[in-house]
Design a protein around this ligand. Structure first.
Ligand code: GDP
Length: 321
């Protein structure tokens, strides 16, 4: 392995995933980076195929993202959505005017029969992103959330209901019939390092792992595998991951994160506020590093990802063959 330019695969969801992606992109480790994103939050709105996590990654790396929201395009407006509402469509999913151009283009290209992963790469390239964003599958996989009032799509739960309903269970429709893309399997097989972004494990990482072949490829990979915890001080920075852990029978703390990643990671990066967990996690056989994991400013993203990569490279050298 070339330590100057290790081959890195980042598994990422939306906002937490994009922060990690930007951190690597800003570092000297950007040169052999591949990102595998989540497509299970995708849904059709107004006849257009919307892929929120992939767009968040793309817009972030293109530095076009609305940094206040963490999603959508900076300076976007809502004229199209307002007009659709006047026509009678339900418009709870925020889609900006310029953003809608992405969804029109994606939908049009899909109708031509092109592979979704090829379209995603093309959109990223045309927006100026030079890091490959890889889809885990070209097939349709959709997260469904069971609440006391029945099953919801991910966006119905997340956006329309603002994560308020209790989560009883989670399933990934279509996952068992889906095929992994050769690009995703190749990226994993070729990696020196695999990094799990501090994304929601249950709805951003789990749907990637649910695609046949991906979990096995990660388990069998000789790469050093490290996850950054999405919990800080025992709570999520944003979103329902802590509550979701409990609903799937895992404990909603760092031991739940460690159980989720059991067999998939060699090391875990935890926040200083959670340093009391270090010993327990180490006893479970994980290498643990403690640092500041909150990424607000660009500099913090770069710092955390650089530290994560350097810790992983050093640990890998010490690992028994
Ligand atoms: P989503 O699909 O947009 O919800 O995005 P992700 O699944 O990628 O990210 C959501 C997760 O990222 C949440 O569980 C947050 O706790 C976590 N997260 C967001 N920002 C940060 C951060 O700065 N540091 C850490 N450690 N986790 C973060």
């Amino acid at each position: 392995m070339s330590h100057a330019h290790p081959k890195i695969t980042l598994l990422a969801g939306g906002v937490g995933g994009a922060k990690a992606a930007e951190g690597i992109a800003a570092s000297q480790y950007r040169w052999n980076l591949n990102i595998i994103g989540n497509i299970a939050d995708d849904q059709e709105f107004h006849g257009l195929w919307v892929s929120p996590d992939i767009d968040t990654l793309t817009y972030s790396l293109a530095d076009l993202i609305d940094r206040g929201n963490g999603w959508g395009l900076r300076g976007d407006s809502s004229r199209v959505l307002n007009s659709l509402e006047r026509l009678g469509n339900e418009c709870w999913m925020q889609l900006g005017d310029m953003d809608i151009a992405t969804h029109i283009y994606r939908t049009q290209q899909r109708r031509l029969g092109r592979r979704p992963s090829e379209i995603a790469r093309e959109i990223a390239e045309r927006l100026g992103v030079d890091i490959p964003i890889t889809l885990p599958t070209d097939d349709r996989v959709q997260t469904r959330i069971e609440t006391p009032d029945g099953w919801l799509s991910f966006q119905e739960y997340f956006v329309r209901q603002r994560c308020q309903p209790e989560v009883k269970s989670i399933r990934f429709d279509g996952a068992e019939r889906a095929s992994a893309t050769p690009e995703a399997l190749q990226a994993i097989a070729d990696s020196d390092l695999i990094i799990f972004a501090p994304s929601n494990p249950l709805v951003s990482i789990a749907p990637i792992l649910a695609i046949p072949g991906i979990r096995e490829a990660l388990q069998n990979s000789p790469a050093y595998r490290i996850a950054i915890s999405p919990l800080i001080g025992g709570k999520t920075v944003k979103g329902p991951a802590d509550r979701m852990l409990a609903s799937t029978g895992l404990s909603s703390d760092l031991s739940g994160i460690a159980s989720f990643y059991q067999g998939l990671i060699d090391a875990l990066v935890i926040d200083r506020q959670d340093s009391h967990w270090q010993e327990t996690l180490s006893q479970q056989g994980l290498a643990v590093t403690v640092t500041n994991t909150l990424m607000s400013r660009q500099e913090e993203k770069k710092q955390l990802l650089q530290e994560t990569i350097e810790f992983a490279l050093q640990s890998q050298l010490r690992r028994p063959a």
